[in-house]
Design a protein around this ligand. Structure first.
Ligand SMILES: NC(=O)c1ccc[n+]([C@@H]2O[C@H](COP(=O)([O-])OP(=O)(O)OC[C@H]3O[C@@H](n4cnc5c(N)ncnc54)[C@H](O)[C@@H]3O)[C@@H](O)[C@H]2O)c1
Length: 263
């Protein structure tokens, strides 16, 4: 049986995080060689060791994805290693602190926009040229359900994730006829350290209560798991999604689809 990503090479940013690593595991199992990019060197080392231990071909690249030279460097390193980049999961992000917009710390705002939006632009800026030159490739950006709705207390995160959809649609329209597709995923409430960081602030440290409460916003009545995002990303990066471009894929258990009237 031929694996879905057999022979393909992929870059995943935020790869030492929950959604990133779960996605790397899926891409590797489906035959891809994967470059893992993250700012956290120790966690990145652990992740690559784990994947290599499972027999997968991976490269670790420590980089601040909001830094121009670092992003250019990971794209170049992938080309030097493999001569091609078939898939790119542009996923690094942070949650930032919560406060109302009219009280939001300005330096914090700049930081969140830098890490969540500038990094996404830079990823596109330095990876897309290789894909366009090759006449093939697929990109998935990580947006959020916060790309569709306001998220009280998270103006910077929310603005960055709205921007992620704009970047996705614009790039999608620019490179489609060069053989490259660009889509985004909009995860809902996914059980990861990023979510825990937000819930600690929102629910005075009672993360379990926050998880239960936010889980109820989904028709499925639970929070999601990182693997459930990774499976959709893998599909979007595959040839099976060959007619999907500029799209936003909700992975939120139905949260955006309905106003729940049964709770
Ligand atoms: N968890 C959720 O509920 C949820 C919901 C919607 C969207 N998202 C998005 O999913 C993506 C992944 O988040 P996660 O939940 O797996 O969180 P996570 O904290 O587990 O992973 C994020 C990873 O990004 C890395 N990172 C942070 N800043 C970086 C930088 N400047 N350069 C390189 N790497 C950097 C971190 O080291 C970490 O490994 C983020 O873009 C996040 O906004 C998450």
């Amino acid at each position: 049986m031929t694996l879905r990503h057999q022979g393909k090479t992929m870059i995943v940013t935020g790869a030492a995080g929950s959604i990133g690593l779960a996605t790397c595991e899926i891409l590797c199992r489906e035959g891809a060689r994967v470059m893992l990019v993250d700012i956290a060197a120790d966690r990145l080392e652990n992740c690559t060791t784990k994947l290599r231990g499972a027999g997968h071909e991976v490269i670790a690249h420590v980089a601040d994805c909001a830094d121009e030279a670092a992003v250019e460097s990971y794209a170049r390193a992938a080309m030097e290693a493999w001569g091609r980049i078939d898939g790119f999961f542009n996923n690094a992000g942070i949650e930032g602190s919560l406060a109302p917009t009219h009280e939001y710390d300005i330096a914090e705002f700049d930081k969140i926009i830098r890490v969540n939006l500038r990094s996404m632009f830079l990823g596109l800026r330095f990876v897309l040229p290789h894909m366009v030159a090759a006449g093939r490739g697929a990109v998935v950006n990580t947006a959020s359900i916060g790309s569709e709705r306001g998220l009280a207390g998270a103006c910077a995160y929310n603005a960055a994730k709205h921007g992620a959809v704009g970047l996705t649609r614009t790039a999608a329209s620019e490179v489609a006829q060069k053989g490259v597709r660009v889509n985004c995923v909009m995860p809902g409430v996914i059980e990861t350290p990023l979510l825990v960081g937000m819930l600690e602030q929102m629910f005075d440290g009672d993360v379990r209560a926050g998880m239960d409460k936010l889980g109820q916003t989904a028709t499925l009545n639970r929070v999601g798991q990182p693997r459930e995002v990774g499976d959709v990303v893998s599909f979007l990066l595959s040839d099976e999604a060959s007619y999907v471009n500029g799209a936003k894929w909700e992975i939120d258990g139905g949260a955006l689809a309905t106003i729940r009237n049964d709770i």
